[in-house]
Design a protein around this ligand. Structure first.
Ligand code: MTE
Length: 317
């Protein structure tokens, strides 16, 4: 994860939203949300077959949102870490153009009473979609404010009913080297994997995420479904998920496997624990010149600090 600052992005490399949306191609399927848009906010979209790109999503507001200034969509969607496509942050926007996100299935398995493979549209129907404006902090020292669209992962967990053997949730991204050029190299051990402890996964802030800025996710931001965990460094937010496995042991995670001394399982935003190669005390908000202080748990301590009480966060970094 190399560092480049947003200020380094030449304006010529920032694609206007209209252009990049036009460029995104998906396999065809019925347009499903049109009718839902006309319905009330609580009546979430009821897709019937496939979920298309650039689709407006009907959302309810969330009390968990910050009122900080949003990072423009052009910055969020043109400065990405998505190693399946490229190790260059400016690469995924273009290289993910033809990535096929429909049809899409997510297998939910392991220590649960109700093992099930969901079609994406079925998954999206499980709960009302919320707009959640979260601060996001990358381990590399930059941050953004992103209006995600999704619902708490706990809604899915409640449905599949984990057994007492489920202590952690392991997530797996899609493995499709024919469409993902980065997977043809061994820069990471594919497929990308991540994990959360069960209480972290159940925390109301943990979002199963389908969109941003009121529309389905851009491919480069993890379409069609990803995880967002706002009190952890961005790399915990695994993209393009195909499997959610309830397990009894701490699962292996992509970055921990790649560099165990640099990226621990917990990865909580913590200004007091330096990355071995740089400080984590400050961050640069994309679009701002001066750095700001990084907050413990990215400012979400009231909601999550209790999850770690009694733990030595230098050891469990
Ligand atoms: N998920 C997958 N499958 N592959 C990746 O390379 N990168 C992670 C995370 N999720 C990554 C991933 C990292 S390092 C970050 S910082 C965030 O995605 C970036 O998300 P964004 O590009 O939407 O801002």
């Amino acid at each position: 994860m190399l560092i480049k600052k947003a200020a380094d992005i030449p304006s010529s490399e920032i694609t206007p939203k209209s252009l990049y949306l036009d460029r995104r191609k998906f396999i065809s399927g019925a347009t499903i949300f049109g009718a839902a848009l006309a319905t009330g906010a609580c009546e979430m979209a009821r897709p019937s077959q496939t979920v298309e790109a650039n689709t407006k999503l009907s959302t309810v507001k969330s009390s968990f949102s910050t009122d900080e200034k949003l990072t423009p969509l052009k910055d969020i969607s043109n400065y990405n870490n998505f190693y399946e496509f490229s190790v260059d942050k400016y690469g995924p926007a273009d290289l993910a153009r033809n990535f096929k996100t429909s049809p899409w299935k997510v297998q939910v398995t392991g220590a649960v009473a109700q093992k099930k493979t969901y079609d994406l549209d079925e998954l999206m129907k499980l709960a009302s979609l919320e707009e959640r404006i979260y601060r996001m902090r990358c381990v590399e020292g930059w941050s953004m404010v992103i209006p995600w669209v999704g619902f708490p992962l706990s809604k899915l967990i409640d449905q599949v009913q984990p057994t007492s053997k489920a202590k952690y949730v392991a997530f797996t991204s899609v493995y499709r080297p024919s469409e993902m050029p980065g997977q043809r190299s061994n820069v990471l051990d594919w497929p990308y994997t991540e994990g959360l402890r069960m209480d972290e996964a159940m925390n109301p802030l943990t979002l199963l995420t389908f969109g941003m800025y009121g529309e389905t996710l851009p491919n480069q931001d993890g379409a069609p479904v990803r995880i967002v965990v706002p009190w952890k460094y961005g790399f915990k937010g695994i993209k393009s998920i195909v499997k959610i496995d309830f397990v009894g042991h701490e699962p292996a995670t992509a970055w921990n496997k790649a560099a165990p001394n640099e990226y621990g399982f917990y990865s909580n935003v913590n200004p007091n624990v330096d990355h071995p190669r740089w400080s984590q005390a400050t961050e640069r908000r994309i679009g701002e010149f001066l750095k700001r202080k990084t907050l413990m748990f990215n400012g979400y301590g009231d909601q999550v600090a209790s999850l770690y009480s009694g733990m030595d966060l230098k050891k469990y970094f």
